[in-house]
Design a protein around this ligand. Sequence first.
Ligand SMILES: CC(C)(COP(=O)(O)OP(=O)(O)OC[C@H]1O[C@@H](n2cnc3c(N)ncnc32)[C@H](O)[C@@H]1OP(=O)(O)O)[C@@H](O)C(=O)NCCC(=O)NCCS
Length: 178
Amino acid sequence: MVKWVIMITVRVERNEDIGAIHLVNRMAFGQEDEAVLVQRIRESSGFIPALSLVAVKDSRVVGHILFSQIHIVTPKEDVAVLSLAPMAVLPEFQNLGIGSQLVNTGLEKCRESGHTIVVVIGHPQYYPRFGFVPAGKKGLDLLFSVPAEAFMVCELLPNALDGIEGTVIYPPEFAEAM
Ligand SMILES: CC(C)(COP(=O)(O)OP(=O)(O)OC[C@H]1O[C@@H](n2cnc3c(N)ncnc32)[C@H](O)[C@@H]1OP(=O)(O)O)[C@@H](O)C(=O)NCCC(=O)NCCS
């Protein structure tokens, strides 16, 4: 089946986008939690301004994706990695390829800025198409329980996870959204 792919621009968030980003998350998830999570991450030390991206259609913010810093704790060291969370597309713009453009552009920007590992907890039918694989199979675990297939990781460089096995630690900002 041929799918429509809508023309959008993906760019870094600006101050004037903050209200629209809140709305996109609230509308997409049908609740406030993820919109509040974005705000909390934005105020935290893990926030990376260059990795909060918006999808813009005709000057309107219709989608958002956020990558922020978290850690994998191994027996030897703490490894800084990225969390992909949350991502959202306005309901009336879903299934038009916007989410895919946000993930692909986002992962490219992560790679360009030197990051090599991205963790996500999300739809197991969605993220594998972008290179995410089950994190448990790579020797990673969590301090809380989620369905195994929903906990995924993407290596932005081949073998980036070699020698890194341990626990993915989400900072307190995430507590209420998990
Ligand atoms: C998930 C989301 C960001 C995808 O954005 P999008 O612009 O609709 O995505 P695309 O058009 O690039 O891709 C559409 C694909 O995503 C799949 N998809 C959408 N929502 C999904 C869900 N809840 N579970 C699994 N797959 C989903 C569609 O089935 C479609 O699959 P196909 O290509 O095999 O037909 C968007 O649907 C959304 O905002 N959902 C609500 C919030 C959410 O669940 N965020 C992600 C948290 S992990």
